[in-house]
Design a protein around this ligand. Structure first.
Ligand code: GCB
Length: 586
C-alpha cells in the first residue's frame, strides 16, 4: 500500500503547484482577474462526449461556446450564489478571458488565493497544472502559454467532493464552500525577481533584526538587494549567494508589536525594478514553564474562535471589509487573540490582525477522520503546512501554528503529527507549535478530569477542547470539576461553549436558549479559573456559522448555534459574560 502511495506522490510531484507562492502578491505588478466568469456544472466530473469515451477536458472547452453558460462571481463560493448549488459537492467548470501585453523577457504567473478543493488549470487549451487543498494559495508560470496582446482563455475544473485521504477528510462541522473562493491575479515579474523574504526581530535580542531575501529566476547569484525601514533609518544592502539568498543582520531598536500597541513599520525590499512594500511588526513569542511570554512578558490569551464566513449573509468571507467586521467583533468582546479555525484564512485577515492588534492562531484543516496511514495524506499535510507558513511568515500577529484539531489518540496519528510538528519547526522556529487536543472525557475519579495524549510532548502548548455543560456532564458540575494537567507547559483551552438561539429566552435550564448558553459560560469560568497554569481561553465560536451537520428545524436550520453573535451579528447574552472574563484577564 505504502509503495503505491509513494508512486502516486512521485507522479503528482510533476504536475502539482509548488508548495509555496511568491511573497506579497498585492505589492507586485498585478492584473486582477476577479469578476464575472462563465461556469458549467458537471455533476459526474468527467463530462463525456456521448459519441466516444474521451473526457471533455479544458482543451476542448477553450473552443466551447461558454458564452451562453451561466455567470458566476469570482471570488465567491458557488453555494451561496445560486440556490441550486446550496448543497452541491462535485465539479464545476470555470472560464474567463483576458488580454495581457507582457513586457518581452518578463514572466507572467497566474496566482490563486484559494480554490476549494481540487482544481486543474488550462490556459489556451494547454494544461498548466493542478492543486489540491482548499485554503491555501498557489500559482503557475504561464509565460509560454499566453498570446501577448490577444484574447486568452483561462479554464479551471474545480471539484469540492470530500476525499477519504484528503485534508480535511469526509466530515467537517463547517460548510464545504466550493469554487474559486479567493482572489485571482496575473502577476508580472522580471526574469530575476524577489521571490520570498523574511524580516523579523532576533528572538533572543531585541536590538537585532534578522532578515533574508530570496531571488528566483535566471541570474540570482551575486546580486545586490536592499532593505529599507525609513522610520528606523535603515537602508541596508547585501549580496546574494549562489542560491540567490541575501542575508542581513541589522542593528536596530524597534518599538515592539503588541495587541495593545500594534506598531508596524513600513519595510521596502528592493532589487532592480522590483520594489516590494510591506508593513511589518516586531515581537517575540516564547514559553517559560506554564507561561506564554510576548516580548518577554507574560500574556494571557483572551481569545475567540472564528470561521471565515461573513456576517449577515453567511458566505465565504474574502474581502478586507468582511474580515475587518469579524475581527472588530472579537475586539468588541475585549479579545486580544483569535483562533482562525480550522484552516488558513485569506491573506488580508492576518494583515488586518497585524494592523488592529490581535494575536493569531493559524491552523491547517487536519480535522476528524484523517487517514493517518497514507503517505499521500502526509505529503498533503506537509504541503498545506508549507503553504500556510510561507505565506504568512512576516505577520507579527501570528504567534501559533496549529497542526491539527481534535484527532483521536492512536499510535499512527501520534507518529504522523509528531513528524508534522517537527516539520513545522524546521519551517519556522520563531513561533509556537500547537494542536487542539481532543477531550476524551477521562475522569480519574468523580469530577477529576485529565487528558492523556502523548502528542503533547511534540507541542509547545497543552491546549485542548472541552464542552463541559454541553456535550459532557452538566454546567452545574463544572463548579466542582478539577483538572489534573501537566505543569511544565502553558494550558490553553482551545474550545468550550454551548448552543443558543438568538432571542430564545426559555429559561436557564432550557436547551438552546440564550439563558442556558450564558449560564454554561458562567459555570465554565468558575472551573477554568481554578486551573493552575491556565494561559488562554478561546470559546467556540464568534458567530453562528453554516454547517451541514446541524439539522434541528427551527433551531439550527443548517447553522451551528454556538456563536456569541448570531449569524446576523446580534449579541447573545453570553457575550457580556465573556467580555467580563476577558477584561479580568488582561
Ligand atoms: C468541536 C470542533 C468544532 C465544532 C464544535 C462543535 O470540537 O472542533 O469544529 O464546530 O466542536 O460545535 O461541536
Amino acid at each position: 500500500m505504502k509503495t503505491i502511495n509513494l508512486i502516486f506522490a512521485f507522479l503528482i510531484f510533476f504536475v502539482a503547484a509548488d508548495a509555496q507562492t511568491m511573497m506579497n502578491v498585492s505589492s507586485r505588478k498585478t492584473k486582477s482577474l476577479n469578476g464575472i466568469w462563465k461556469n458549467i456544472v458537471d455533476p459526474y466530473g468527467h463530462w463525456y462526449h456521448f459519441w466516444d469515451d474521451e473526457p471533455f477536458t479544458g482543451k476542448v472547452l477553450q473552443d466551447y461556446d461558454f458564452d451562453s453558460s451561466d455567470d458566476i462571481k469570482v471570488p465567491g463560493d458557488w453555494n451561496t450564489q445560486n440556490d441550486k448549488y446550496y448543497f452541491y459537492e462535485g465539479s464545476m467548470w470555470y472560464r474567463t478571458k483576458f488580454n495581457y501585453s507582457l513586457t518581452p523577457g518578463n514572466r507572467l504567473f497566474v496566482n490563486f488565493g484559494a480554490v476549494n478543493y481540487k482544481c486543474t488549470v488550462w490556459v489556451n487549451g494547454k494544461e498548466i497544472g493542478n492543486h489540491e487543498g482548499g485554503y491555501t494559495g498557489f500559482e503557475f508560470d504561464i509565460t509560454d502559454a499566453i498570446k501577448s496582446g490577444e484574447d486568452n482563455s483561462l479554464v479551471l475544473k474545480v471539484n469540492n467532493q470530500r476525499q477519504k485521504d484528503g485534508i480535511p477528510s469526509m466530515s467537517t462541522d463547517w460548510w464545504n464552500y466550493g469554487g474559486i473562493t479567493r482572489d485571482v491575479n496575473l502577476v508580472e515579474v522580471a526574469p530575476t525577481f524577489v521571490y520570498d523574504y523574511s524580516v523579523q526581530i532576533n528572538k533572543n535580542n531585541f536590538k537585532l533584526i534578522n532578515a533574508w531575501v530570496q531571488l528566483k529566476g535566471k541570474d540570482v547569484a551575486n546580486q545586490e538587494v536592499t532593505i529599507q525601514i525609513p522610520e528606523l533609518k535603515i537602508n541596508k544592502k547585501a549580496v546574494t549567494d549562489i542560491t540567490g539568498k541575501a542575508v542581513f543582520e541589522i542593528k536596530a531598536s524597534p518599538k515592539l508589536w503588541t495587541p495593545y500597541e500594534p506598531k508596524l513599520y513600513d519595510v521596502t525590499i528592493k532589487f532592480g525594478s522590483d520594489i516590494l512594500k510591506d508593513e511589518i511588526g516586531f515581537r517575540t513569542i516564547k514559553t517559560n514553564g506554564s507561561k506564554i511570554l510576548l516580548n518577554g512578558k507574560e500574556i494571557f490569551l483572551c481569545g475567540v474562535n472564528l470561521h471565515e464566513e461573513t456576517v449577515g449573509d453567511s458566505k465565504r468571507a474574502n474581502t478586507r471589509e468582511q474580515d475587518s467586521v469579524l475581527l472588530m467583533m472579537a475586539k468588541d468582546m475585549s479579545c486580544n487573540f483569535v483562533r482562525l479555525a480550522h484552516y488558513p484564512h485569506n491573506e488580508q485577515m492576518t494583515k488586518m490582525a497585524d494592523k488592529i492588534g490581535l494575536m493569531v492562531w493559524s491552523e491547517i484543516p487536519l480535522y476528524w477522520g484523517i487517514n493517518w496511514n497514507s503517505e499521500l495524506t502526509y505529503n498533503l499535510a506537509n504541503q498545506q503546512l508549507t503553504e500556510m507558513i510561507t505565506r504568512d511568515r512576516n505577520r507579527a500577529s501570528i504567534i501559533i501554528w496549529s497542526i491539527a484539531n481534535e484527532t483521536a489518540v492512536q499510535p499512527e496519528r501520534t507518529q504522523f503529527l509528531t513528524r508534522l510538528a517537527n516539520d513545522a519547526r524546521k519551517l519556522d522556529d520563531s513561533r509556537l507549535i500547537s494542536a487542539a487536543l481532543q477531550n476524551v472525557n477521562k475522569q480519574l475519579s468523580h469530577n477529576v478530569y485529565t487528558i492523556e495524549d502523548p502528542l503533547h510532548e511534540a507541542l509547545d502548548l497543552f491546549s485542548f477542547n472541552e464542552y463541559i455543560g454541553w456535550y459532557d456532564n452538566t454546567k452545574y458540575a463544572a463548579d466542582s470539576i478539577t483538572w489534573v494537567l501537566p505543569k511544565d507547559k502553558p494550558i490553553v483551552i482551545s474550545e468550550f461553549g454551548a448552543g443558543g438561539v438568538y432571542g430564545r429566552h426559555s429559561g436557564k435550564d432550557s436547551y438552546f436558549s440564550e439563558d442556558n448558553m450564558a449560564e454554561v459560560y458562567k459555570h465554565q469560568f468558575v472551573m477554568l479559573g481554578k486551573i493552575e497554569g491556565l494561559s488562554g481561553t478561546m470559546p467556540w465560536v464568534l458567530k453562528d456559522f453554516r454547517s451541514p451537520l446541524r439539522k434541528l428545524k427551527g433551531i439550527q436550520d443548517d447553522f451551528n448555534r454556538k456563536g456569541l453573535y448570531s449569524d446576523k451579528g446580534q449579541k447573545k447574552m453570553a457575550w457580556s459574560v465573556l467580555k467580563e472574563w476577558n477584561e479580568k484577564h488582561q
